[in-house]
Design a protein around this ligand. Structure first.
Ligand code: ZN
Length: 199
C-alpha cells in the first residue's frame, strides 16, 4: 500500500515535470506566415532569393525559419522575423551544416520552432545575452529525439570543423548553430550536455 502511494506520488511528480517541459501548441502556421509575409514582402523575397542562390531553400520551410521565440506572444514580440542582412552569412553557415546533417541522415524530420530573435525578444524569452539566436543564426528543432545519438556522434567526430553548437532543452527541442564548437546543458557547460548519455 505504501509502495502504491509512493509510486503514484512519483507518477504525479513525473507528470508535473513533463507538463512544465512540454512544447506549447504551435500556432505559427504557414498560413499565418503568409499574412506576415504580405506585410514584409521585400525582405521575404530577398531572403528567399538568398536561400535559392545558396541552394539552401530545401532545408526547412521558410515559415519555420522565420519563427522567432516561442514566447513571442507573452513578450509582445512578432511571431515571425528574418535576420538582418549582416547576419545572412551566419545563416548560411548554420543552414549549410543542417543541410549536411539532413543529407547524411544524422538529422531526420523535425520542425524548426525558433531561429532568429531580435535582442529585446531574446532577453524576454530567457535567452542568454550572447545567444546565437541573436548574434548569429541558430535553429531550435522539435521532434528529432531519435536523432540525438547521431547528432552527438557527429558533434564529437566532425563538429569542430563546422563550428557546431549543440544543446537540448528540457522540452526536448534541440539547438543547432555554427557559432562556435561547443555543447552545453542546464549549467551552460559541457558537463551537463545531453551528449553525455551517448558516450
Ligand atoms: Zn536555441
Amino acid at each position: 500500500m505504501i509502495h502504491r502511494v509512493v509510486a503514484s506520488a512519483i507518477g504525479l511528480f513525473v507528470c508535473a515535470v513533463q507538463s512544465v517541459a512540454a512544447e506549447p501548441a504551435e500556432i505559427r502556421t504557414e498560413a499565418m506566415f503568409n499574412i506576415w509575409a504580405e506585410q514584409n514582402k521585400t525582405v521575404v523575397e530577398e531572403f528567399k532569393t538568398f536561400l535559392t542562390i545558396e541552394d539552401l531553400n530545401q532545408v526547412y520551410p521558410i515559415y519555420q525559419l522565420a519563427r522567432t521565440a516561442s514566447d513571442w506572444k507573452v513578450c509582445g514580440g512578432s511571431p515571425f522575423e528574418l535576420p538582418p542582412k549582416r547576419l545572412w552569412p551566419r545563416a548560411k553557415s548554420t543552414l549549410s551544416l543542417v543541410k549536411l546533417l539532413i543529407e547524411e541522415k544524422v538529422l531526420e524530420g523535425g520542425e524548426v520552432v525558433s531561429a532568429y530573435r531580435r535582442p529585446s525578444l531574446n532577453i524576454c524569452a530567457g535567452g542568454s545575452k550572447k545567444s546565437a539566436h541573436t548574434a548569429a543564426f541558430a535553429l531550435d528543432i522539435k521532434g528529432i529525439d531519435g536523432s540525438a545519438r547521431s547528432l552527438c556522434q557527429f558533434f564529437r567526430t566532425r563538429g569542430a570543423k563546422f563550428n557546431m553548437g549543440l544543446s537540448r532543452y528540457p522540452s526536448g527541442r534541440i539547438h543547432l548553430d555554427a557559432n562556435g564548437y561547443r555543447t552545453w546543458g542546464s549549467d551552460f557547460t559541457s558537463k551537463t550536455s545531453f551528449c553525455r548519455e551517448f558516450r
